[in-house]
Design a protein. Sequence first.
Length: 221
Amino acid sequence: MPQDFRILEQGPEGLTDIELLATLLPRSSRRFGPEEIAARVLSMGLAALRRASAGELVSIDGVRERDAARVLAALELGRRVAQASVQRRERLVEASDIAALLAPRLSHLAHEEFWAVLLTSRLEEVRSVPIARGGLTQCSVLPREAFAPAILHRVPRIAFAHNHPSGDPQPSADDVRLGAALDDAGRTLGIEVVDHLVIADGAFHSARHGAGLLTSAAAAA
């Protein structure tokens, strides 16, 4: 299996240093393959590679200028990632927190949209993702579509929300059936469904906590 596919399917942790570096070196040399060139580069050692200049890399037999540029770009990106500060995420502990997050995106719409909020185990937002767009009174969603982002990002918790353009946040019979199906799917997948929200203009309904009012700021956004 090519290195690119191994990284995507299994993660980069299982690859050797040579295999990792070889992914940056496309097979275009008639004399050497990517792994052979990678082995030549790594013969200087990882510590020395960290400080290598463009001239040093190009002087290695088989390394072209664009190969050196890719390696230097990857090294610099790694340095910047290592030095980057982690931005603290706000916790979405209450249903009103989730409603306030999504109300600016949903409460004003003239059509229904269904969204998923991907959450950490501490109820921190990883990202909010639109799943489906419908009409004035309906938005069809399948469980496999609803959970696809959570599976992709490997999050342990998720919340769902959609809007009611009518202005009435009371869930319909279809909403209740969908919520039950998503709860079942979440249990099967091992992903906790934190809540299902219906958001309307100025109000929301939580499947876990009942009705609530949006703050003036969230409703007006």
